[in-house]
Design a protein around this ligand. Structure first.
Ligand code: HEC
Length: 159
Protein backbone atom coordinates (compact mmCIF):
# COMPACT_ATOMS: atom_id res chain seq x y z
CA UNK A 1 0.00 0.00 0.00
CA UNK A 2 2.76 2.38 0.98
CA UNK A 3 4.59 1.75 -2.32
CA UNK A 4 1.44 2.23 -4.40
CA UNK A 5 0.79 5.50 -2.59
CA UNK A 6 4.22 6.90 -3.31
CA UNK A 7 4.05 5.83 -6.96
CA UNK A 8 0.70 7.62 -7.23
CA UNK A 9 2.19 10.71 -5.60
CA UNK A 10 5.19 10.52 -7.93
CA UNK A 11 2.96 10.43 -10.99
CA UNK A 12 0.97 13.39 -9.68
CA UNK A 13 4.14 15.43 -9.15
CA UNK A 14 5.46 14.47 -12.59
CA UNK A 15 2.19 15.49 -14.23
CA UNK A 16 2.12 18.77 -12.35
CA UNK A 17 5.71 19.60 -13.29
CA UNK A 18 5.31 18.75 -16.95
CA UNK A 19 2.16 20.88 -17.12
CA UNK A 20 3.96 23.89 -15.64
CA UNK A 21 7.26 23.36 -17.43
CA UNK A 22 5.65 22.66 -20.79
CA UNK A 23 3.43 25.70 -20.50
CA UNK A 24 6.15 28.17 -19.70
CA UNK A 25 8.52 26.57 -22.24
CA UNK A 26 6.03 27.20 -24.99
CA UNK A 27 5.66 30.81 -24.00
CA UNK A 28 9.42 31.29 -23.97
CA UNK A 29 9.96 29.84 -27.43
CA UNK A 30 7.46 32.32 -28.83
CA UNK A 31 8.91 35.21 -26.85
CA UNK A 32 12.37 36.52 -26.28
CA UNK A 33 14.07 33.13 -26.60
CA UNK A 34 12.81 32.47 -30.12
CA UNK A 35 15.88 32.20 -32.39
CA UNK A 36 16.01 34.80 -35.17
CA UNK A 37 15.14 33.48 -38.63
CA UNK A 38 18.27 32.26 -40.43
CA UNK A 39 18.67 32.80 -44.19
CA UNK A 40 18.77 29.44 -45.92
CA UNK A 41 22.19 28.92 -47.50
CA UNK A 42 22.20 28.85 -51.30
CA UNK A 43 22.69 25.51 -53.01
CA UNK A 44 25.63 25.07 -55.41
CA UNK A 45 23.31 25.50 -58.40
CA UNK A 46 21.63 28.61 -56.97
CA UNK A 47 24.98 30.19 -56.09
CA UNK A 48 26.43 29.44 -59.53
CA UNK A 49 23.38 30.98 -61.20
CA UNK A 50 23.95 34.05 -58.98
CA UNK A 51 27.75 34.06 -59.54
CA UNK A 52 27.89 37.78 -60.37
CA UNK A 53 26.95 38.54 -56.76
CA UNK A 54 29.15 35.88 -55.18
CA UNK A 55 32.33 37.40 -53.76
CA UNK A 56 33.34 34.46 -51.59
CA UNK A 57 34.76 34.61 -48.07
CA UNK A 58 38.10 36.13 -47.22
CA UNK A 59 40.11 39.33 -47.21
CA UNK A 60 39.02 40.59 -50.67
CA UNK A 61 35.82 42.62 -50.85
CA UNK A 62 36.43 44.75 -53.94
CA UNK A 63 38.64 44.43 -57.02
CA UNK A 64 38.78 47.11 -59.68
CA UNK A 65 39.70 45.62 -63.06
CA UNK A 66 41.17 48.28 -65.34
CA UNK A 67 42.92 47.82 -68.67
CA UNK A 68 44.77 44.52 -68.87
CA UNK A 69 48.29 44.95 -67.46
CA UNK A 70 50.59 42.60 -69.44
CA UNK A 71 53.51 43.01 -67.03
CA UNK A 72 51.35 41.99 -64.07
CA UNK A 73 49.86 39.10 -66.06
CA UNK A 74 53.37 37.83 -66.85
CA UNK A 75 54.31 37.95 -63.18
CA UNK A 76 51.06 36.11 -62.43
CA UNK A 77 51.80 33.39 -64.97
CA UNK A 78 55.18 32.78 -63.34
CA UNK A 79 53.60 32.45 -59.90
CA UNK A 80 50.94 30.18 -61.37
CA UNK A 81 53.54 27.85 -62.93
CA UNK A 82 55.40 27.60 -59.63
CA UNK A 83 52.49 27.27 -57.22
CA UNK A 84 49.41 26.04 -59.03
CA UNK A 85 50.30 23.64 -61.84
CA UNK A 86 50.60 20.66 -59.50
CA UNK A 87 46.80 20.69 -59.50
CA UNK A 88 45.71 22.97 -62.34
CA UNK A 89 46.40 23.00 -66.06
CA UNK A 90 45.17 26.12 -67.88
CA UNK A 91 42.77 24.36 -70.23
CA UNK A 92 42.11 20.84 -68.96
CA UNK A 93 40.80 19.51 -65.69
CA UNK A 94 43.47 18.13 -63.42
CA UNK A 95 42.95 17.77 -59.66
CA UNK A 96 41.05 21.05 -59.85
CA UNK A 97 39.09 22.86 -62.57
CA UNK A 98 40.83 24.50 -65.54
CA UNK A 99 41.09 28.27 -64.98
CA UNK A 100 40.28 29.01 -68.62
CA UNK A 101 37.29 31.36 -68.72
CA UNK A 102 37.11 31.44 -64.92
CA UNK A 103 36.16 35.14 -64.99
CA UNK A 104 33.05 34.25 -66.98
CA UNK A 105 31.79 32.14 -64.09
CA UNK A 106 33.34 33.76 -60.96
CA UNK A 107 33.88 37.34 -59.81
CA UNK A 108 37.46 38.65 -59.40
CA UNK A 109 36.84 38.91 -55.66
CA UNK A 110 35.71 35.28 -55.48
CA UNK A 111 38.79 34.10 -57.40
CA UNK A 112 41.18 36.00 -55.14
CA UNK A 113 39.43 34.76 -51.99
CA UNK A 114 39.64 31.21 -53.34
CA UNK A 115 43.41 31.65 -53.80
CA UNK A 116 43.97 33.34 -50.42
CA UNK A 117 41.44 31.48 -48.27
CA UNK A 118 40.71 28.09 -49.88
CA UNK A 119 40.03 26.20 -46.63
CA UNK A 120 37.19 28.47 -45.48
CA UNK A 121 35.86 28.73 -49.03
CA UNK A 122 35.61 24.94 -49.24
CA UNK A 123 33.77 24.76 -45.91
CA UNK A 124 31.46 27.77 -45.98
CA UNK A 125 31.10 29.30 -49.44
CA UNK A 126 28.24 27.72 -51.41
CA UNK A 127 30.26 27.49 -54.65
CA UNK A 128 33.42 26.41 -52.79
CA UNK A 129 31.46 23.66 -51.05
CA UNK A 130 29.97 22.47 -54.31
CA UNK A 131 33.40 22.35 -55.94
CA UNK A 132 34.81 20.39 -53.04
CA UNK A 133 32.03 17.81 -53.44
CA UNK A 134 32.77 17.63 -57.15
CA UNK A 135 36.58 17.46 -57.07
CA UNK A 136 36.94 15.72 -53.74
CA UNK A 137 40.23 17.50 -52.99
CA UNK A 138 40.66 20.54 -50.79
CA UNK A 139 42.59 23.20 -52.66
CA UNK A 140 45.89 23.85 -50.90
CA UNK A 141 46.61 27.29 -49.49
CA UNK A 142 49.80 28.25 -51.34
CA UNK A 143 50.48 31.17 -49.01
CA UNK A 144 50.33 33.84 -51.71
CA UNK A 145 50.35 37.52 -50.72
CA UNK A 146 47.38 39.61 -51.87
CA UNK A 147 49.73 41.19 -54.44
CA UNK A 148 50.68 37.80 -55.88
CA UNK A 149 47.05 36.67 -55.95
CA UNK A 150 46.18 39.87 -57.83
CA UNK A 151 48.93 39.08 -60.36
CA UNK A 152 47.56 35.55 -60.88
CA UNK A 153 44.11 37.07 -61.38
CA UNK A 154 45.59 39.29 -64.12
CA UNK A 155 47.07 36.19 -65.76
CA UNK A 156 43.65 34.46 -65.59
CA UNK A 157 42.20 37.43 -67.52
CA UNK A 158 44.43 36.45 -70.45
CA UNK A 159 43.25 32.82 -70.59
C1 HEC B 1 46.43 20.67 -53.99
C2 HEC B 1 45.94 20.98 -55.30
C3 HEC B 1 45.73 22.43 -55.65
C4 HEC B 1 46.65 23.47 -55.70
C5 HEC B 1 48.14 23.42 -55.38
C6 HEC B 1 45.93 24.63 -56.18
N1 HEC B 1 44.61 24.31 -56.39
FE1 HEC B 1 43.15 25.57 -57.06
N2 HEC B 1 41.76 24.13 -56.83
C7 HEC B 1 42.04 22.83 -56.46
C8 HEC B 1 40.79 22.10 -56.35
C9 HEC B 1 40.66 20.63 -55.97
C10 HEC B 1 39.77 23.01 -56.68
C11 HEC B 1 38.27 22.77 -56.65
C12 HEC B 1 37.74 23.29 -55.31
C13 HEC B 1 38.00 22.34 -54.16
O1 HEC B 1 37.81 21.12 -54.31
O2 HEC B 1 38.39 22.84 -53.08
C14 HEC B 1 40.42 24.27 -56.99
C15 HEC B 1 39.75 25.41 -57.40
C16 HEC B 1 40.36 26.56 -57.82
C17 HEC B 1 39.68 27.70 -58.38
C18 HEC B 1 38.19 27.80 -58.68
C19 HEC B 1 38.01 27.50 -60.14
C20 HEC B 1 36.58 27.50 -60.60
O3 HEC B 1 36.34 27.15 -61.74
O4 HEC B 1 35.71 27.85 -59.82
C21 HEC B 1 40.63 28.64 -58.65
C22 HEC B 1 40.41 30.01 -59.24
C23 HEC B 1 41.90 28.08 -58.25
N3 HEC B 1 41.72 26.82 -57.76
C24 HEC B 1 43.10 28.73 -58.38
C25 HEC B 1 44.30 28.23 -57.90
C26 HEC B 1 45.55 28.99 -57.93
C27 HEC B 1 45.73 30.37 -58.51
C28 HEC B 1 46.51 28.19 -57.37
C29 HEC B 1 47.96 28.53 -57.12
C30 HEC B 1 48.22 29.68 -56.31
C31 HEC B 1 45.86 26.94 -56.98
N4 HEC B 1 44.53 27.00 -57.34
C32 HEC B 1 46.51 25.87 -56.39
C33 HEC B 1 43.26 22.28 -56.20
C34 HEC B 1 44.44 22.99 -56.08
Amino acid sequence: MKLKGSIFLGILIALFMSACGGGSGEKESKGKFAPPPVAKPLTFEEAQADWKNQKGLGPITHVELGELDPELAKKGSEIYVLKCTACHAPEVEKLGPAPVGVLNRRTPEWVMNMILNPEEMAMKDPIGRGLLMKYNTVMANQGLTQEDARAVLEYFRTL
